[in-house]
Ligand binder design. Sequence first.
Ligand SMILES: C[S@@+](CC[C@H](N)C(=O)[O-])C[C@H]1O[C@@H](n2cnc3c(N)ncnc32)[C@H](O)[C@@H]1O
Length: 241
Amino acid sequence: MDGFDPAQSFGPEVAQRYDDQLRGDEAETVDLLAGLAGAGPALEFAIGTGRIALPLAERGIGVDGIELSSDMVARLRDKPGGAALHVTMGDMARATAPRKYPLVYLVFNTIYNLLTQDDQVRCFENAAQHLTDDGVFVVEAGVPWAWLRGNQFVDVEYVANGEVVLDVNRYDPVTQILDENHVTLTNAGVRLGPISQRISWPSELDLMARIAGLRLVDRWGGWNREPFTARSERHISVYSR
Ligand SMILES: C[S@@+](CC[C@H](N)C(=O)[O-])C[C@H]1O[C@@H](n2cnc3c(N)ncnc32)[C@H](O)[C@@H]1O
């Protein structure tokens, strides 16, 4: 997308509204991650506003984070318990957190925010560097076959009396880049929310893990450990040494 800067995708306006409409699967996400973390600590790549990290920390598990956007972290800091978490500001493909972790996790398609294959590989390598010997890296990402519908498509995200949100998409299968614009229409006007993502197949992510010295040990179709099938719209993948 011309002029798109990934670092600006989660600026002050997005951060302000980020938690207004939660996904609704936070409880089962935290349940599964808590089970994998054991006594912890856990490290969240792209911790954002703490949507998952804060309820995980409430379970008594120490949670650290890495995050690019100071606006998202400001929201995290404003929430109860948010000031106590250790967050390293920087790129999850490169930044170093202070400890080794039995659980490193990266949810909500955020691996795709890294726009090159090299950076996605680096992210797996960075996760591996942070794992204890028996630690696991958990990745949640949408599957391309459920998400992409040709090279251009529009999804209706939200319809209400005073507001409509459309997701306008253009996909380039050569670069695997999906340019997406969340277009919010109200009587007051139009608001654009651009983001680009590099969409990878699960098998490509598995090979990235192999390059980083990790192997796939589990893959589910949802946070309740639903089987991963041809109908799954996303995968929750668990990698270990
Ligand atoms: C969809 S949000 C997910 C936030 C949080 N993990 C959650 O589940 O609510 C994506 C987050 O990734 C962050 N992000 C994007 N690219 C990043 C990178 N290279 N390194 C660290 N954080 C990044 C954004 O700033 C944003 O906070």
